[in-house]
Structures are given as C-alpha cells and as structure tokens.
Design a protein around this ligand. Structure first.
Ligand SMILES: C=C(O[C@@H]1C=C(C(=O)O)C=C[C@H]1O)C(=O)O
Length: 187
C-alpha cells in the first residue's frame, strides 16, 4: 500500500479498535461516548457534509495511504470476504479549517471495483461520501460504535463504522474521531 505521509505524525494513525453494535453497548464500557463526541458518533447522512457544515473556512480530504492490501481478519469477517483476499484500502484525514478532525479507513473489496465501481480507485482528494451519497444504489447499514485502544497519546479514542451495500457487494467505512473535532466549543 502506498503511503503519502511525508511528515509522519504518529497521532494520525489508527489504533486497534473494538466494535460494538450500539452506542449504548459501547457506553457501558466507556461513558465518554455520551460526552461531546456523541453527536459525531450518531450523525446520519454524509459525514463529510456534517463536517463541512462545521467549518468556518474550508474542508479538505488528505489521502494518507491507499492501495491494494489485506484487510484485518475482523474486517474480512465483517465484509464476508475471504481473509487473505486483497481489497482496495483507503486511509484519509478529513480536515476542517486545515486541522485533521477525523481519520477514515475504507475497505473496498474487489467486487465493489467492478464496472462503475472502478471510479473508487481514482477518488484522490475527492471525498468518498460525494460518490456514495450521489449514487442511488448504495445503502448504509447500521452504525457501530468503536472504542479504540490508543498506543500513542493523541490517537483517536472513539470511532464509528458502517457497511455500505451496493448491488451485490459491500464496503466498510470507519471514521475515527480526533479530539480536535469535539473539543471545539461550537456544537
Ligand atoms: C462515507 C463518507 O465519506 C467520507 C469520506 C471518506 C473518504 O474520502 O475516504 C471517508 C469517510 C467519510 O467520512 C461520508 O461522507 O459519509
């Protein structure tokens, strides 16, 4: 997988994460999910759109790594694909007013890349949400809540993820909230 991270900022890496079917279930282990991050863990519709609304000036997507790689065993299970099958994996920072607010990791199985899905290989700095929410055949599944186990101070502690299902395949989008997002006083 190609990395475009020139200024390696280790806070901007994704820690191991345990996933729960609901915010309530995750909240039994970490009540922080009910704090200022709660809005972001539950917001519906395009996450990109929700972030854009919070920006005073600009929003942009920075690709950190993308390429064919093997998903984790847990991701493969969630996607119901063979464990060792390669997938297109895209990791980005979603930045508001030039600050990274969210890290996102999307696992796109080979089946999603067929036909018009080939466009997913060439998103570059265009947000994935713009593609998923303007193409009528993608349906979002229920949101899961993630509790991260940071290994480096400043890494995300809370996350959300969901499957987007297309004609006959699904992709998995995980969004990891950086403290800078919900420690602002604007919501
Ligand atoms: C799924 C969405 O797309 C957003 C954009 C992403 C990207 O460009 O890789 C990844 C995760 C998202 O939060 C969305 O806007 O809801």
């Amino acid at each position: 997988m190609q990395s475009r991270v020139s200024d390696i900022d280790s806070r901007l890496t994704i820690p191991p994460t345990d996933w729960y079917q609901s915010l309530t279930a995750a909240g039994l282990l970490n009540p922080e999910v009910h704090g200022p991050a709660r809005y972001w863990l539950q917001v519906e519709g395009s996450f990109t759109r929700a972030l854009q609304k919070q920006c005073s000036n600009s929003f942009h997507v920075e690709v950190r790594r993308e390429g064919f790689a093997t998903p984790t065993q847990e991701e493969a299970r969630r996607l119901r694909i063979p464990h060792r099958q390669h997938a297109w994996i895209r990791e980005v920072s979603l930045c508001g007013d030039n600050q990274p607010w969210v890290l996102a990791r999307t696992v796109i199985p080979l089946k999603c890349l067929e036909g018009e899905g080939r466009r997913l290989l060439h998103l570059g700095n265009r947000p994935l949400g713009a593609y998923l929410f303007t193409s009528p055949h993608w349906q979002r599944g229920p949101l899961e809540t993630g509790l991260c186990r940071p290994v480096i101070p400043g890494q995300p502690e809370l996350a959300r993820r969901s499957l987007f299902s297309g004609h006959n395949s699904s992709l998995l989008v995980g969004e990891y909230l950086l403290p800078a997002l919900f420690q602002r006083n604007t919501l």
